[in-house]
Structures are given as structure tokens and as C-alpha cells.
Design a protein around this ligand. Structure first.
Ligand code: SF4
Ligand code: SF4
Length: 372
């Protein structure tokens, strides 16, 4: 069966415009009641990676969340909002700062939504997910469209990783550090927690070394909505200028029959994809392509490494990277952070949480020589 998604232009975050365009995106799919039962309890999960303001392009913009809450209140839903940010580390109080700085706390106060933390969990087969999934009737994911150093893109499916409770995210990075294995975990989470509806904030997106301070905000002026996260992410991949199956978690989820990745199986309401004419995104360093023949690249890949490199002059010694590192292979010395590369698994969680873009991805000499 074909998947239905909507793709709507929304140039900026002014409240009236977001309300109108978000309503349009959902109405084109049949309206909010097609996905959400009136009077139900709904968990809304934005992407709140770290304590960054709305205009950073790093977090889901609070105005999108606000207008979604209002739509839900119109059908008498009780709204719960929460996320499990990367900066959690060992300190749950870090989440308060994320909620404050991202603007989500204020939106919840204004709109009467309950803001919660994902500290209580229920173990699924391989990972614990927040119990708020059990306590709510519906999940609505409000993702942010960004490039991602480790997974290439973050959108609908990757946003669900934030449902993993507390420090277990770090454990998953440690235990499933190969990209293919991590893609399987993301598909597992999507199988466990299928949102009733996903909205994607692609008004201010991100390209380059996303998903955090090392990436470059990129104005796209788009909102997407739909139920099939594979289809939504496949359309994001097309917008970025890559093939959907280049993204391992899309490949994995599509292979399990969790959604459609082929454009001819996705009915897009609203804008035509071809008509957008988006310039291809700058890709993360670790994902860049070469013009060399594929067999040569495959051979060379075994010798190629990407690794985090500290920019010590920018480092403010906040220790966020040390707390986030699943391998505990970063230490702080007088001059700043140092990495034990013999232990590093190149997950780039350290780069993801650095508030001042003081960690860059470096390529090994061979990677540079062959133009990767
Ligand atoms: S140093 Fe950075 S990239 Fe390496 S394992 Fe730790 S968090 Fe991951
Ligand atoms: S590299 Fe970034 S995250 Fe790590 S201590 Fe320095 S400023 Fe903090």
C-alpha cells in the first residue's frame, strides 16, 4: 500500500504562519482525528538534543510544538511533552537546562501541557524506553531535519532514539557501535514505538557536520507530516541529494517492511518534490563520497578512519564530551581534552554534545589522499 505524506512550504516560525501551515499539512492527510482519538492522552516528543536556543537549528523549534499542542487541545487531548537529550550524562538536572534554553518549558507553561523527563523506564528486549509510552494513548514525534555525522541524516526514525531512557543511550552506542548494528537498533526502536503521527520541522534545517554545533543551519522553509517514518526519511534523503538506501537505518527499516522508501510508493500531498529544486546538502565529513571506482573504495575503507579532533582553543572545559563518551576514552588535562584513539569507536557522541563546536571530525591520511 502506498504511504501518504504531506510536504508544505513554511518560510519562517511566525506563530500565525506555523499554525496555518501545520494545520494544512495535517488536513491534507485527513485531519488530526484521523491519527489521534479526541480526548486521549498524547506524548509529544520533539528533538531536544542539547541546551540550545530555537534559532540554532539544533532543536525542534518550540513554535511547531506550540501549534501542535493547540491542535491537540482543540480535540480535548491531554498533552505530555518530553525528550531524552544527549547531554543527559549521569545528571538528570541537565535536562532542565535543555527544556529551559530550547524554549519548550515556556511553551508547555503557556499551553498547559505537562513537561516530563524520561527517567522511568520499561525494559524492552534490548533497550529500556520511557514509561510515558505506556501511559499515553498516542505518540507524536516532532522531529528536526539535520545531517548527522554517524547516521548521515536525522529525521523521523532517528528522533525516536530519544525515547531510550537516560544513560542507556550511551550503552547502546557502546554496544552497537558499528553503523549497521546501530541502524538495526534504530529500526528495533521504530518497531517498538510507532508514532501515530510524525511532524518534521524542516523550516530551519542543518547541513554539513550535523547534528549539533559543528553543523551549518540551512534555511529550507518546509514542514512535513505523515505516519510512515521510512517514507518521511526517504523524502528527506531525496531533498538532501542522496539516495534513501544510502541511509542504513532507512535500508534496515524498509527491509523489514516497516515502510516505503520508493518514491513511486509515496503519495506526497502539497508541494511537488521535483519542484523544490533544493541545492544538495553539504554532507558530514564522515559520509563524503569519492569519484574512485567502488571496488577500490571498498578496499581502501578498511584502512580509512574518521576520528574526533579537539580544537583546544575553543574548548571551554565543560566536560560534556567526557560524560557523553560511551567508551570513556576522553580525559581532561590542563591544556584541554585528549582522546584515547585506541578505544574510540567513532560514534561522534562527543561532537554531538559539545556546546561550542570544539570537536571536529578528522580524516585519516589515506582518506584524504583518495578524496573521501
Ligand atoms: S571519543 Fe567521541 S567518537 Fe570516540 S568513542 Fe568517545 S564519544 Fe565516540
Ligand atoms: S571539547 Fe567541547 S564538550 Fe568537550 S570539554 Fe571542551 S567544550 Fe566541553
Amino acid at each position: 500500500m502506498n504511504s501518504q505524506i504531506s510536504l508544505i512550504k513554511c518560510d519562517n516560525y511566525s506563530p500565525d504562519l506555523v499554525r496555518q501551515r501545520l494545520g494544512q499539512a495535517i488536513n491534507l492527510l485527513g485531519g488530526i482525528t484521523k491519527f489521534i482519538k479526541p480526548g486521549s492522552k498524547v506524548l509529544v516528543k520533539p528533538n531536544l538534543l542539547m541546551a540550545m536556543p530555537p534559532d540554532s537549528g539544533i532543536v525542534t523549534h518550540p513554535e511547531v510544538v506550540r501549534q501542535l499542542i493547540r491542535l491537540l487541545k482543540e480535540i480535548n487531548c491531554r498533552v505530555i511533552v518530553g525528550d531524552g537529550p544527549s547531554v543527559w550524562g549521569q545528571h538528570i538536572e541537565n535536562v532542565d537546562e535543555v527544556y529551559q534554553v530550547s524554549g519548550i518549558k515556556q511553551v508547555c507553561l503557556d499551553e498547559g501541557a505537562q513537561l516530563v523527563k524520561f527517567d522511568k523506564r520499561r525494559m524492552r528486549e534490548k533497550f529500556p524506553l520511557t514509561v510515558w509510552l505506556d501511559e499515553c494513548d498516542h505518540l507524536i514525534s516532532v522531529a528536526k531535519f539535520k545531517t548527522h555525522e554517524f547516521t548521515l541524516l536525522t529525521g523521523a526514525i532517528k528522533n525516536l532514539f530519544g525515547l531510550v531512557s537516560g544513560t542507556f543511550k550511551t550503552e547502546l552506542h557502546k554496544n552497537y557501535f558499528k553503523p549497521q548494528d546501530f541502524a538495526r537498533i534504530l529500526a528495533d526502536i521504530y518497531e517498538e514505538a510507532r508514532p501515530s503521527l510524525t511532524v518534521i520541522d524542516a523550516i530551519l534545517a542543518m547541513e554539513g557536520d550535523g547534528p549539533a554545533t559543528s553543523g551549518k543551519p540551512r534555511h529550507l522553509g518546509l514542514l512535513l507530516a505523515g505516519q510512515d517514518c521510512v517514507a518521511l526519511d526517504s523524502v528527506l534523503a531525496q531533498i538532501m541529494g542522496i539516495r534513501p538506501l544510502d541511509v542504513l537505518f532507512i535500508r534496515e527499516a524498509a527491509g523489514r517492511g516497516l515502510g516505503n522508501f520508493r518514491l513511486n510508493a509515496i503519495n506526497i500531498q502539497g508541494e511537488e518534490l521535483q519542484g523544490l529544486a533544493v541545492k544538495p546538502f553539504l554532507l558530514p565529513v564522515a559520509a563524503q563520497k569519492t569519484n574512485l571506482p567502488k571496488p577500490l573504495v571498498e578496499l581502501a575503507k578498511k584502512l580509512i578512519r574518521y576520528y574526533p579532533h579537539p580544537l583546544r582553543k575553543k574548548c571551554i572545559k565543560c566536560c560534556a564530551c567526557i560524560k557523553a563518551c560511551p567508551k570513556k576514552c576522553i580525559i581532561m588535562r590542563r591544556k584541554g581534552v585528549f582522546f584515547d584513539y585506541s578505544e574510540c569507536i567513532a560514534c561522534f557522541c562527543c561532537q554531538e554534545v559539545c556546546p561550542v563546536a570544539a570537536i571536529r571530525v578528522r580524516k585519516s591520511i589515506l582518506a584524504r589522499m583518495i578524496g573521501l
